[in-house]
Structure formats: structure tokens, C-alpha cells
Design a protein around this ligand. Structure first.
Ligand SMILES: COc1nc2nc(N)nc(N)c2nc1C
Length: 309
């Protein structure tokens, strides 16, 4: 039975990733469902054959009585904002004053979703939480387990905490609101509210039905603790562990390049399958980040340019 469990787990994880994360099904739904039912039956008969990365966890477990609190070991900070080109140039001047002239920036799309923190112990997903007030969030592990873009087991058995943005793709948002309209329910105002509303449900089967996804954008705490010396290297490392990172992130050698990147995405963002509300600009090198440090609530080495509403 254990051999069959491992075969089914490998197959279903591969099918699930292709279908839910790459939007590129390898087999018809009926094949996926039949194999999932077979695995569920074996797990019901042999409970000690339920492993941390079993695809049956994507279905959603028991309804929770409430959410427990999680104190973030590394506070989930907020970003300072920039609203126009002058603000961006001011940011660049402050960065150069604090860390010198040869700075490399990295620009990332700012996903309009819900910030989450994910903990892994020896490679197994162990806890997921909302940002909350930055210090204390809510444990939404059972809801996050239903998100196929969140690996249940990493490619390496590392103990790590990562940060990212959970979101609802635009197509899923449209479909969900059509469904709610048919059922005479209030539509969600935007994908961000829909994602937040889905992850605040006590019944994980609801989150499982909402086709949520996630982009991971950093390591909690000291990013250099895993051997990288820049944020862009960390993103490559996180992708190698099995996390979904955003392919549009770009290193920029000057603030001019940053401004070009922002202008290009101002136009192109409606072509994306998810909503973004701005661009995050970060100093890439960890030594430069170290030199710049933090204010009480935000890194001095990052800022968020917000698109005009
Ligand atoms: C370094 O801190 C951060 N980095 C971020 N990066 C991206 N891409 N998106 C965010 N929302 C974000 N938020 C914070 C607090």
C-alpha cells in the first residue's frame, strides 16, 4: 500500500501542479479525481500512510472553530510609498547618500492580494499566517494548504520562513462573482477582497474552491542566512526550492531603468492575469540593505511606487 501511496502522490502532485499552477492540464479531471479518490481510500484505511505532501490535503480538512494567533518571529514590515517620479528620485538620492553610488535595484510587480508568511520545518510546510498588524497574525495554515502554488514539501529539507502575496487571478474573480450573482449573493468588489475573504473562511473547503494562488517575494528575517548575497539571488534560490516567484522581477542598474520599468508596466498591467497596484523597488545587494537598515516600520532600502488609482 505504501508503494501505491507514493506512486499516487507523485502523479497527483504532478497533475495538480500542471493544472492549478501552470494552467496546463496533463490529464482530464476525471483521471485526477479517480486517482485522488483511490488515495483518499488508502489513507482512510491506513492513516499512518498520510504524508505531509499528500495531495489529499489540497481538498480542505475540518472546519475550524476560530483562528489562533501567530506571533511573527520576524515582523512583517510595511513599505514606504512613492506616488510620482520625484518621490522615486528622492528615494534614489537617500539610498545613494546611505549606501554609495554603485547600487543595483531590483523591481518587482506589487501583487494586489494578501500578504502571508509561510514556515517550513525540514522542508515540510508547517504553518501559514496572515500579516495581521505586522507582529501578530492569524494562523490560516489549513486554508493555505489548499493553494496548489504553495509547496507542501520543498526540494530541499530546509527550515525557512518565506513571505509572499496570496491572490485571486482575474478569471477566477470574474467566475466567482458570476456564481455569487446567480446565488443572489453580494459580489466581491475586487480580487484582493475576494482573496482576503476566501482566506478568512473557517471552512478550508471554501478556500479550496476559490482557485487562489501565491507569489513568494522574500525570506523572513535575514535573507543572507541561506548563502545568497542579494535579493535577486534569494529569489532564484526560493524558486529552486519549489516556490512560485514572479518572472517579471528585474534588476535595474540605475533609477532611470527603474522609471522605464514602471512606465512599461503602467501600460501593460491590464494584460496580466492578476491585479497589481504598483511596483516594489528594492536595493538588491544585502550589504547595501544592511547599510541602509530600517525605520520603525519600513526598510530604508525599499519603497513601493503606487499606480494612480
Ligand atoms: C521587503 O518587504 C516587502 N517586500 C515586498 N515585495 C513585494 N514584491 N511585494 C510586497 N508587497 C512586499 N512587501 C514588503 C513589506
Amino acid at each position: 500500500a505504501e508503494k501505491r501511496v507514493q506512486e499516487l502522490t507523485a502523479l497527483l502532485n504532478e497533475y495538480g501542479h500542471a493544472y492549478y499552477v501552470r494552467d496546463n492540464p496533463l490529464v482530464p479531471d476525471s483521471v485526477y479525481d479517480r486517482k485522488l479518490q483511490e488515495l483518499l481510500a488508502i489513507e482512510a484505511e491506513y492513516p499512518d500512510l498520510v504524508f505531509p505532501d499528500s495531495p489529499t490535503q489540497r481538498v480542505g480538512g475540518e472546519i475550524l472553530p476560530g483562528f489562533t494567533k501567530v506571533v511573527h518571529e520576524f515582523p512583517m514590515l510595511s513599505l514606504s510609498n512613492a506616488f510620482n517620479e520625484e518621490d522615486i528620485r528622492d528615494f534614489d538620492r537617500r539610498v545613494q547618500a546611505g549606501a554609495g553610488k554603485d547600487i543595483t535595484y531590483i523591481c518587482e510587480l506589487k501583487i494586489d492580494g494578501l500578504a502571508v508568511s509561510l514556515k517550513y520545518d525540514n522542508g515540510a510546510f508547517s504553518q501559514g499566517a496572515t500579516r495581521g498588524d505586522g507582529t501578530v497574525g492569524e494562523d490560516i495554515t489549513s486554508n493555505l494548504k489548499t493553494i496548489h502554488a504553495i509547496p507542501l514539501k520543498l526540494a530541499e529539507p530546509v527550515t525557512i520562513e518565506v513571505r509572499g502575496e496570496a491572490y485571486m487571478p482575474k478569471r477566477s474573480f470574474m467566475r466567482l462573482n458570476e456564481l455569487r450573482d446567480e446565488n443572489g449573493e453580494e459580489p466581491f468588489a475586487n480580487p484582493r477582497n475576494a482573496a482576503a475573504g476566501s482566506l478568512r473562511q473557517l471552512d478550508p473547503k471554501i478556500a479550496a474552491s476559490r482557485n487562489l494562488s501565491v507569489f513568494i517575494y522574500g525570506v523572513g528575517g535575514d535573507g543572507s542566512a541561506y548563502g545568497q548575497d542579494s535579493h535577486s539571488d534569494s529569489l532564484d534560490y526560493l524558486a529552486s526550492l519549489g516556490f512560485e516567484t514572479n518572472s517579471s522581477s528585474k534588476r535595474c542598474k540605475s533609477i532611470e531603468e527603474v522609471i522605464d520599468y514602471i512606465e512599461s508596466w503602467q501600460q501593460r498591467r491590464q494584460d496580466l492575469d492578476y491585479e497589481i497596484d504598483g511596483i516594489v523597488i528594492k536595493v538588491d545587494g544585502y550589504e547595501d540593505q544592511e547599510q541602509l537598515g530600517f525605520t520603525a516600520k519600513s526598510p530604508r532600502w525599499a519603497t513601493a511606487y503606487k499606480f494612480p488609482a
